[in-house]
Each structure stands twice: as structure tokens, then as C-alpha cells.
Design a protein around this ligand. Structure first.
Ligand SMILES: Cc1cc2nc3c(=O)[nH]c(=O)nc-3n(C[C@H](O)[C@H](O)[C@H](O)COP(=O)(O)OP(=O)(O)OC[C@H]3O[C@@H](n4cnc5c(N)ncnc54)[C@H](O)[C@@H]3O)c2cc1C
Length: 480
């Protein structure tokens, strides 16, 4: 990795950020070299000590108290501290309802977790227009406080919590799953469970989606505030997707800015990429770009108060998705990559799915079977996945550096033209097939080169399958 990138990150983010990035790289390199551990499966007559083990106590922790409330013996193992999230999350207000409707938390507690509500959000593509939308990603939620509250609920419900216990391998059998790991003192441990929920996110050995979204940034202070000024932060408006230049270094870089507490804004820079393009050091390089290009996005004496970064796994639905080799080993959260390949909104997906997943796991426990795949799929992703691939593999011909922005600008102008409801539904994974096809075809009438791009990325067969699939789904979709 270039010394320049390291110098920029050290100068702007400090030694601690650089150390964290180096540790992540070392961890990834170690994982890539080590063969996955496979303990022996429990014998058929074995009675597992746990009903449900959750490997990874990040956002998926939401499920643990619900399962314990249904009488399951639940344990959570995390490589770090359970429920200690280093992220900020946005969603729409009504997407929070499952948090109280499932009985997990009470409504007043949930409402107190909301840091900010916006008048609207918008997307803007370099050289194009600004397209506002309401009711999408317009609530900024205190992620740390949410998971700390859920952790307390889990403890109260009798969930056994194992902080700093990294799970390193698992194998399923007729009676359950044997798992293995390393405790905080570096000693190996083993256990058995009837159902093993893998919530290790991008670190899961089963997280084999074909896309990744490297994301860097964090909570910033000192950005200039102002209204109707693209170079300033309006604390009452969310910036959902914004580009400030064309394709560079083979990537279309995208900004987002979500104002939170007064004077604070969460700013991210990210790109869509094929998972195969992931390289050690790429988050450090992306951070260097973040610090160097931030002044071109927003003015002010920016200071990073809490860095947040990671690779969010994704799945285009154009190839087989992540799955395990046993129905008692179940993927949830980012490891399953069932969230939108376009927005990568794992928070919204988790809010929609944690109740149904807990129900499905409880039903499987009652029948003493492996639940298999439990995450409900949002049909729209079969259509949007191809577009995510187009964004992940933009043309690298210098003369076409602005082509993706022009295409996205046309697409969002059309989407905005379809009305606030359609625009909001696309971002919230709710757009139905008929409106999606209407949107895609009206965009392609204005920008026929979208066909070239889909052909270039999917190949003729893949493009035909995608196009025919979309047409068939729209033809058989119920009318409005
Ligand atoms: C920088 C960044 C910003 C994001 N912003 C948003 C946003 O604004 N809106 C949104 O909807 N989504 C956002 N996301 C995505 C969202 O955070 C994820 O979709 C969500 O956290 C996934 O939940 P999860 O439970 O699958 O994994 P995580 O919440 O990532 O939790 C994984 C857990 O597994 C643990 N772990 C890892 N390896 C092991 C192991 N071997 N053994 C045991 N435990 C292990 C980790 O310590 C961690 O606690 C963002 C992601 C990133 C990286």
C-alpha cells in the first residue's frame, strides 16, 4: 500500500485509526491463510447444551432476547464486546415499529433513540440534478444506545453472553452443531447447539456474496452548516447518495451525509465492487481519499470524532448466494447478504426480518429440525442486483468517466418523476416489479446505453435472462 495513503490517514485520522485499519488487514490476511476449522459433528444421540447460539453479537443481537422469551436456551459469542457497535444507522420512522411490535423494547425507549429527523433526503449525481425524497432514511438512530439497550434486554431475558470469544469453526449433524473458538485468554473452547445462527457479518466464512461495499468515514464535527448550499450541511436534510466526480481508479465513489446530534454529521465515502476485487489495505486507501476529497464535498474545519468503516457484503442475485452446508447452520445479517444490493441498508433489512427470523427459528426448534434459509427475500433485489453489478464494474475508459453519473442522473430523474412514493419504495426495497420495470424502461428510452452496460457486465446470456425475468415478473405482477 502506498506510504502516501498511510501518511494521509495518520495525519487526518490519527495513529489509532491507522492501527485499527492495520489490525483489520492482518486479521483478514490470517483468515485467508488459515483453513476453516471443522470440528466433528455431535453424535445423533447427543443433547446439545444450547438451543440457539448466535455467533456475532452486532445488529443481529436483536433476535437473542426474542428467542429467549420463547423459552430457548440462547448464548451469544462475539470476538469483541457484544452489542458494542461502532456505526451509525438511518432508516425511515415506521421501519422502527418492529422494535416495539415484537415486544423487544417499548415505544418510548425506541423514540428516545432517535437522534434526528429530516425534512427530506436527496440523491445528486455529479453534473446532474438534485432529487429529493421523503420518508426514506430520514431518522438517524443512536446505534450504540440501541444495541446497549438490547444487550441489557438479552441479559434480563437470561441470554448467556460471551464477550471476546471468537468462534473459529462449526459443523452440523443430525442432533445439532458443534462449534469451536478462542476465549479471551487465548484458550480453545467448544460447545454444541441445536441451531447455530451465523451473524459474524463480513467475517463469516460463509459470507460469499459476489459484491462488497467498502465504506469509510464516521461522525464529523466542524462542517459548515447552511441551507440550499451543496457545499454545506443542512441539519434537517439527509444526503443519501451524492457523487462529486466521475469514475476514478476504477471506482465510482459515492458520498453520504446524515446529520445526527446537533453539530455532528455522519459522513461516509463508499464504492460498489465485485467481492473478488477486495485487497488488503483498500480501506486505508479509501480513507486517504476520504480525507483528501472531503473539502471538495463539504466546507469547514472538519474533525472526525468517531471513525467507522468496514466492508459490507452484498449479493447481486445473478449468481448463487451465500449458503451453508447444513440446515442447522443458519446465515443471518450481513453474512447472508439478503439486504439490498443497491443500498446495502442492512439496518432496514434487520428491522424487517428479526421478528420473522426469530419466529422461523422457534418453529424449527419446536419440530427439532434445522431451520435452513430463514431470511425473507425482497423480490425487488432480483431486478436491482444487475444494476448493482453495473455500478460495481463501471467502464474504466477515461473518455467515459462521467458516463455512469449521466446514467444515474437520468435514472433518478425518471424515478423522481414517478412520484415520491415510488422513489421512497425503491430505497426502502418495496418497489413492486411493475413500477420497477416502468422505471427501468423509461430510463433506457432516454439512455439506451444502459443496455450496453448490462450486456458488458452480465454477458448476452445473463442480460437476456435478466431482461426476460423482468418482463415476465412485470407482466404477471398484480396491477396497482
Ligand atoms: C461503516 C458502515 C456504515 C454502515 N451504515 C449503515 C447505515 O447507515 N444504514 C444501514 O442500514 N446499514 C449500515 N451499515 C450496514 C449495517 O451496519 C450492517 O448491515 C449490520 O450491522 C449487519 O448486522 P450483522 O449482525 O450481520 O453484523 P454486524 O453488526 O457487523 O456484527 C458482526 C459481529 O460479529 C462479530 N464477529 C466477527 N467475527 C467473529 C467471530 N469469529 N466470532 C464471533 N464474533 C465475531 C463482530 O465483532 C461483530 O460484533 C453500515 C456498515 C458499515 C460497515
Amino acid at each position: 500500500m502506498s506510504a502516501h495513503a498511510r501518511d494521509v490517514v495518520r495525519a487526518c485520522g490519527g495513529d489509532e485509526l491507522l492501527d485499527r485499519l492495520d489490525r483489520l488487514d492482518a486479521l483478514q490476511a490470517g483468515r485467508a491463510q488459515a483453513a476453516p476449522e471443522r470440528p466433528t459433528a455431535p453424535e445423533a444421540a447427543h443433547r446439545p447444551e444450547w438451543d440457539v447460539v448466535l455467533a456475532g453479537g452486532g445488529l443481529s443481537l436483536l433476535m437473542a432476547p426474542l428467542l429467549a422469551a420463547r423459552g430457548a436456551r440462547v448464548a451469544v459469542f462475539d470476538a469483541g464486546r457484544i452489542g458494542a457497535v461502532h456505526r451509525e444507522w438511518n432508516c425511515a420512522g415506521d421501519e422502527l415499529a418492529p422494535l416495539w411490535e415484537t415486544g423487544l423494547l417499548d415505544r418510548t425507549t425506541v423514540e428516545a433513540l432517535v437522534l434526528n429527523r429530516y425534512r427530506h433526503g436527496f440523491c445528486r449525481w455529479s453534473g446532474g440534478g438534485t432529487y429529493p425524497v421523503t420518508g426514506a432514511l430520514d431518522y438517524a438512530v443512536d446505534a450504540g444506545a440501541l444495541l446497549a439497550t438490547v444487550r441489557a434486554r438479552a441479559e434480563a431475558a437470561g441470554v448467556a453472553l460471551f464477550d471476546r470469544h471468537a468462534v473459529t469453526g462449526e459443523r452440523g449433524g443430525v442432533s445439532g452443531v458443534r462449534f469451536r473458538g478462542i476465549d479471551p485468554a487465548g484458550r480453545p473452547f467448544e460447545g454444541t447447539t441445536r441451531v447455530f445462527l451465523d451473524a459474524r457479518g463480513a467475517a463469516s466464512p460463509w459470507a460469499r456474496g459476489d459484491l462488497t461495499c467498502p465504506t469509510v468515514g464516521g461522525v464529523m464535527t466542524g462542517l459548515d452548516e447552511g441551507v440550499d448550499d451543496p457545499e454545506r450541511i443542512d441539519p434537517t436534510v439527509g444526503e443519501i447518495l451524492v457523487t462529486t466526480e466521475g469514475v476514478e481508479d476504477g471506482r465510482q465513489h459515492i458520498w453520504e451525509a446524515f446529520p445526527g446530534r446537533p453539530g455532528e454529521t455522519t459522513v461516509y465515502l463508499f464504492a460498489y465492487e465485485p467481492a473478488s476485487a477486495r485487497r488488503p489495505g483498500d480501506l486505508t486507501r479509501l480513507y486517504a481519499r476520504f480525507f483528501e476529497r472531503l473539502p471538495a464535498y463539504k466546507r469547514g474545519a472538519a474533525r472526525m470524532v468517531r471513525p467507522t468503516f468496514g466492508h459490507i457484503p452484498g449479493w447481486s442475485r445473478q449468481v448463487p448466494g451465500p449458503r451453508t452446508d447444513h440446515p442447522r447452520i443458519v446465515l443471518v445479517g450481513d453474512a447472508a447478504a439478503r439486504h439490498s444490493p443497491l443500498t446495502f441498508c442492512g439496518f432496514g433489512k434487520a428491522l424487517r426480518s428479526f421478528g420473522p427470523v426469530a419466529d422461523a427459528v422457534a418453529a424449527a426448534l419446536a419440530d427439532d429440525r434445522g431451520p435452513g434459509e430463514v431470511l425473507p427475500e425482497d423480490p425487488i433485489h432480483r431486478l436491482t442486483g444487475a444494476l448493482a453489478l453495473v455500478m460495481a464494474r463501471p467502464s474504466t475508459v477515461p473518455a467515459r468517466a462521467g458516463a455512469l453519473n449521466a446514467l444515474l442522473d437520468a435514472a433518478f430523474r425518471r424515478l423522481h418523476g414517478l412520484g415520491d412514493a415510488a422513489y421512497r419504495d425503491l430505497i426502502r426495497d418495496r418497489l413492486d416489479d411493475r413500477r420497477f420495470v416502468q422505471f427501468a424502461w423509461s430510463t433506457s428510452r432516454e439512455r439506451p446505453e444502459v443496455y450496453d452496460e448490462v450486456f458488458r457486465v452480465l454477458g448476452p446470456l445473463g442480460a437476456a435472462r435478466w431482461g426476460l425475468g423482468a418482463a415476465a415478473r412485470a407482466a404477471f405482477a398484480p396491477g396497482p
